[in-house]
Design a protein around this ligand. Structure first.
Ligand SMILES: [Zn+2]
Length: 574
């Protein structure tokens, strides 16, 4: 028994809130909350040597191919300074190149030398290989920028040296990586003031990032930059929602913040709350939702239909007369996962407020697609609930009837993700979209299989897997395809219902979860992403925080590829 230490009496005045300031017990998320981006702009003209010397924080990017001769490229901004640094360190110019793993040796990352500019500023140089995988390029950019961004500069300058082709391929990635790492994620949001994601420097002005591309095709680059910033915003919104504490981001407050996120973008929203879902008999979703005393669970349906003018109707081009492709995005939004009656141990419950990452991706992506006015019809379905422990919570052995009439035997209350997704997928598939795509931090076994550096996915058809894989590669987010042969279904055979929710031994649970979910998708072409990379210690690829926002960038790239190339499955091969 612990010794009791007498406590000093508390002055009455200390218990009173300071005048004029409310201190709510439970900080609620203000519904007008928005993440704020740094100001990112394309600088006009060429950076003069004298101005370069006066920069406070600068990164110089140039093509790795310029080091082929073993010497530094002529005319490189700060080249003399870089030469001095390399001489001092007794390094060759080629040490700025990455050496891949060869002959049993570990890969070596490129040297990122830094020097102090005459005005006291900090400059770094990075040789970029535009032919390297985007994941690698983004990771190198992030590492090169980290030393500069650590000082939270009011102004960051990124200077490009190289051909127009080099600038066009690297500028969007540099802007993306700098933007997603320049912001600070909101650990909590004060309800008494208009909330902002902190990007302000100590001077109170918004942080600024300037890109020096020289006198290139400014219009083209501006377009590329605008798209990269929308992508960055999607990643930031995903992460910002994920890091919010579970008493602040509840299913109810998540619902409340949606209108501000989609305002002015032509996205309509519709709520399926608990009462409505009860009438519809969405028993799989409600099995999980019924454990929450707050009764604030809901399925939020957002829909974006492009305006006709954005589809550039051209009567001569027959392809534009075809109906627009349509995609349904479905996200698991468990705002906190206790595991339910099959309670998680503390070690595994920590971080479970991020079990809504899938819904955050779906919301961020439909918003980004509308910002870019993509000619694709998009529906987003957010399955928002908590998986709580309560007298009314669902139990092992319960048999529930899903929205599509299938009965499910509950085997483990911690497999709640597939329950809320089951009915949400039924709703999404009912609209007959060309593709249904779901996102969920779903199974521990996917993490066992891949770790946190990649996410795994399943596709109902190989051509769809190829399309997604290609889009993910351009976005720098790594995916691993999995198959789901139907003989795995034998593990889900139930004596008392149509199907078991899962098994207790957990073997191949990522595959069983996919097999289970497929029962609710019908025959719609389907992609299922199990987001094992939603959180990765030390950051991943472009992103420096543990919470990665994985999925937003690749899904946006997938939609952009659908917008550009359509979504027709290949014809039969003879
Ligand atoms: Zn769970």
């Amino acid at each position: 028994m612990a010794t009791r230490i007498p406590r000093p009496p508390i002055a009455r005045s200390a218990l009173k809130a300071a005048p004029g300031r409310k201190r709510p017990l439970n900080r609620r998320l203000p519904p007008n909350w928005q993440p704020v981006l740094p100001k990112v702009s394309l600088a006009d003209g060429k950076l003069k040597e004298s101005a370069f010397k006066g920069l406070s924080h600068a990164l110089v990017l140039f093509p790795a191919s310029l080091l082929a001769g073993g010497v530094l490229p002529a005319g490189l901004p700060g080249g003399t300074l870089l030469k001095q640094v390399l001489d001092r360190q007794k390094k060759k110019a080629t040490s700025l190149l990455r050496t891949p793993a060869v002959n049993g040796k570990m890969p070596t990352e490129p040297l990122v030398p830094e020097a102090m500019l005459p005005g006291g500023g900090l400059v770094r140089w990075l040789a970029v290989d535009p032919d390297a995988p985007v994941f690698l390029t983004q990771q190198q950019l992030r590492q090169a920028l980290s030393g500069l961004l650590a000082e939270q500069p009011a102004q960051l300058d990124i200077v490009f040296h190289g051909s127009a082709g080099f600038v066009a391929s690297v500028l969007p990635e540099a802007a993306y990586v700098a933007t997603v790492n320049r912001i600070a994620l909101p650990k909590t949001v004060a309800s008494e003031k208009p909330a902002k994601t902190a990007t302000a420097s100590k001077t109170g002005k918004p942080a600024e990032i300037r890109l020096w591309a020289g006198t290139r095709d400014q219009d083209f680059l501006k377009q590329q930059l605008a798209a990269a910033l929308v992508r960055a915003e999607a990643n930031i919104l995903t992460r910002a929602l994920c890091v919010l504490p579970p008493n602040q981001l509840t299913p109810g407050s998540f619902r409340e913040l949606v209108p501000a996120q989609i305002k002015g973008l032509g996205i309509r929203s519709e709520i399926y709350d608990v009462a409505r879902l009860q009438k519809m008999q969405a028993g799989a979703f409600l099995a999980v939702a019924q454990g929450s005393p707050a009764h604030d669970a809901a399925i939020v349906h957002l829909s974006y239909t492009p305006r006709p003018k954005t589809t550039k109707l051209n009567p001569k081009d027959k392809s534009t007369l075809l109906p627009l492709p349509s995609v349904a995005l479905v996200g698991k939004g468990i705002c906190f996962d206790t595991g339910g009656h099959n309670l998680k141990p503390a070690r595994y419950m920590a971080g479970m407020h991020e079990d809504m990452a899938g819904a955050a991706v779906a919301l961020s992506v439909i918003r980004a697609a509308a910002q870019l006015k993509l000619p694709v019809r998009i529906d987003a379905w957010l399955a928002l609930s908590r998986n709580d422990i309560a007298p009314g919570a669902y139990c092992q052995g319960d048999v529930v009837t899903a929205l599509n009439g299938r009965t499910i035997e509950i085997v483990h209350t911690d497999a709640e993700g597939r329950m809320v997704l089951a009915d949400t997928l039924t709703l999404a598939a009912a609209g007959k979209p060309d593709v249904v795509m779901d996102f969920a931090t779903l199974t521990g076994s996917m993490t066992m299989a891949l770790g946190n550096r990649m996410s795994g996915f399943f596709a109902s058809e190989p051509w769809l897997a190829g399309r997604l894989d290609a889009a993910a590669a351009t976005a720098g987010e790594r995916l691993m395809p999995f198959t789901m042969p139907d003989d795995y279904d034998s593990a889900l055979e139930s004596q008392v219902a149509d199907v078991k929710q899962c098994t207790l031994d957990g073997e191949a649970d990522h595959i069983l979860a996919a097999r289970f979910l497929q029962l609710f998708v019908g025959d719609a072409p389907w992609l299922h992403l199990d987001l094992s990379a939603a959180s990765c210690k030390g950051g991943l690829g472009a992103v420096g925080t543990d919470t990665t926002g994985f999925g937003a960038a690749l899904t946006l790239a997938f939609l952009q590829s659908i917008a550009a190339k359509g979504l027709s499955r290949p014809g039969p091969r003879f």
